[in-house]
Design a protein around this ligand. Sequence first.
Ligand SMILES: CC(C)(COP(=O)(O)OP(=O)(O)OC[C@H]1O[C@@H](n2cnc3c(N)ncnc32)[C@H](O)[C@@H]1OP(=O)(O)O)[C@@H](O)C(=O)NCCC(=O)NCCS
Length: 170
Amino acid sequence: MFSLEEITIRKASLEDYTEEKYEFIYNWMSQVADYLYFTPKRERMEKDRIRFLASLESNLTVVAVTNDGKVVGQCQLFKSDSPKLSHVAKVGIAVAPSYWRKGIGTALLRKIEEIAKSEGIIKIEAEVIAPNTAALNLFKKNGYHQEGRRLKKFNFKGSLVDEIEFGKFL
Ligand SMILES: CC(C)(COP(=O)(O)OP(=O)(O)OC[C@H]1O[C@@H](n2cnc3c(N)ncnc32)[C@H](O)[C@@H]1OP(=O)(O)O)[C@@H](O)C(=O)NCCC(=O)NCCS
């Protein structure tokens, strides 16, 4: 059971991503950008915000929000348009560094899995780069199993590193 009193885990709404709030999210995302497939760039922030708002309609998004309305964690499920792939979805997750190791990542995953299951998704997949010990442990601890490995898939601080593919049946 998630018990961090000042944090609420819930579905995201458009109001969570006003210009001011998005700047706060963009700032902490930039701090963890080495591990993300998404690359924040200050000059593209507003474009990224608009694109993200549009994606909220199609990609299930769960957020961890402080009592004063700041998003300090975010988890998204990406679904394919193909009806042949409608039973699976890919997950992406990030938590603001000052909130790490408090159970927020786990709580976000559990919430998104619960909603995904209720919507008929039977399997969630995740891609994590090999040097990302925190994410590797998070997924393993939450029942995700390694299904594959793509060699030299990702440029991590100038070195080409492998990507580990995880899957979990709900
Ligand atoms: C991965 C991430 C989302 C974890 O979020 P979190 O809120 O700290 O996760 P939790 O507190 O629920 O931790 C769950 C488990 O993950 C593992 N873990 C989390 N952080 C870890 C770290 N720094 N080192 C080793 N294991 C770690 C532990 O097994 C932990 O359980 P424990 O605290 O009981 O030992 C967070 O570190 C993050 O945002 N990283 C940057 C972005 C990123 O890598 N996203 C994933 C891309 S695929």
